[in-house]
Design a protein around this ligand. Structure first.
Ligand SMILES: [Zn+2]
Length: 418
């Protein structure tokens, strides 16, 4: 895919201050043929524009940086939540379902995702090369998990579904094995390492407050990632003990964090650890008929835990980044997370920043992503509702009327309706 001919100018839209561009009711964003932002600001100050630049008038609409979802599983098809039934599906079907999950994610206004388990390098390459439409991907390949932990899909019968999930196994016990698994994920193309610091809802034999990797194991993984150009570690952590282990082990982000307590929040603030609360999945009641009973029961209990513990944490000053766990929740409604953050006490502006600037900081791509600023990637989303006043409407991707990624227009309901 190449960017729009000689460039693309979105003109006469509203820019919101705080998202990297000055506040303006009549603003513009110019993306060059190289896919980078060349100019952003009030239209009154627009520099001379070459005649062959494509211009799109977005009067009355809002221009935002492309959103970043820091926690998705694009390779989890929506259709099947039961791991046993899923294991009976042909792998080609599971691979091809990524085409749909990637497309609807991009159409929802998410131009970058951090895939925290399942997607491999081939999926990322297919998007990078324009074979399929989707958000730019950072991948973790397979999470590292202890025997019997959240990533262990071996049933008491001996049936082991791990092989169905990935050709890159992630089970590791002890510091040496954990470090080796981290090296294997990096060899397989991982941009970020994911660990399971606790059990979880969807694994058959553990509980969300079971602890996963020990602090020394986590520390070994964090150190191995660091040795590879400072790559970072994300920790699935739901129960209190495992959350604390993850933070003390030095991870960059706590994913879920449902039972987070004050002491750990303080430690996270001190260290600059991010919280990615995945409220989209945390608050979703599953269809009782469609999921294993054990998971349904765990889920109902942990929805309450999250509702009790997260609001306090999210308003404590800890760094927050947007992540949905789409793949567990339905793909393509990623910006539901913004509304949920606001429901849990975060201000609309802070929620928008969690989905843009702060998310870019967490994934260490602030130089290229997360705000509308000269030199950054031309990732621009246009909404037909006020993101600060009607943040709840952003979850309906019909309100995302334009999606531009690196200067390429992937969705344009603006030109079509004029
Ligand atoms: Zn997840």
């Amino acid at each position: 895919m190449t960017a729009e001919g000689s460039g693309l100018l979105l003109e006469h839209g509203r820019l919101i201050g705080g998202l990297g561009s000055d506040k303006s009711d009549d603003g513009g964003v110019l993306v060059g043929a190289d896919g980078r932002i060349k100019w952003v600001g009030p239209m009154a100050q627009i520099p001379p524009i070459a005649p062959d630049v494509r211009r799109v008038d977005v009067t009355g609409k809002w221009m935002l940086p492309g959103f970043i979802d820091c926690h998705v599983h694009l390779s989890n098809a929506d259709a099947e939540r039961d791991p046993l039934r899923r294991a009976t599906l042909p792998k080609s079907y599971l691979h091809l379902s990524v085409v749909q999950s990637a497309r609807v994610t991009l159409q929802a206004g998410v131009t970058t995702v951090r895939d925290l388990g399942g997607a491999d390098l081939g999926m990322k390459m297919a998007i990078d090369q324009g074979i399929i439409d989707g958000p730019r991907m950072l991948i973790a390949v397979t999470p590292i998990s202890v025997t019997g932990g959240h990533g262990d899909a071996c049933y008491p019968s001996g049936l082991d579904l791990l092989g169905f999930r990935s050709q890159y196994p992630g089970i590791a016990d002890g510091e040496v094995e954990c470090r080796k698994r981290a090296r294997e994920m990096l060899r397989a193309g991982a941009d970020v390492i994911k660990i399971h610091a606790t059990g979880g809802v969807w694994s058959p034999r553990d509980q969300p407050d079971d602890e996963g990797l020990t602090i020394p194991e986590i520390t070994a993984v964090v150190d191995e990632a660091r040795r590879h150009r400072g790559k970072r570690v994300a920790a699935h952590a739901q129960g209190r003990g495992g959350i604390a282990n993850a933070v003390l082990g030095g991870v960059a982000s706590v994913e879920h964090g449902y039972e987070i307590d004050e002491a750990t929040v303080e430690e996270m603030i001190k260290r600059g650890t991010y919280l990615v609360p995945t409220l989209t999945t945390a608050t979703t009641v599953p269809d009782k008929q469609a999921v294993p009973l054990v998971s349904y029961e765990k889920k109902m209990k942990w929805i309450e835990v999250a509702r009790n513990c997260l609001p306090k944490a999210l308003t404590s000053g800890v760094r927050i980044a947007m992540g949905t766990d789409c793949g567990v929740a339905a793909h393509g409604r990623n910006l539901t997370e913004l509304r949920r953050l606001v429901e849990f006490g975060v201000s609309p502006m802070e929620a928008l920043l969690a989905g843009t600037r702060y998310a870019a900081e967490l994934i260490d791509r602030s130089d290229e992503l997360g705000s509308l600023a000269v030199g950054k990637f031309g990732d621009v989303v246009v909404a037909d509702c006020d993101p600060l006043q009607q943040i709840d409407q952003l979850e309906d991707s019909n309100h995302i009327v334009m999606v531009v990624k690196e200067g390429v227009v992937y969705k344009d309901l603006v030109s079509q309706t004029r």
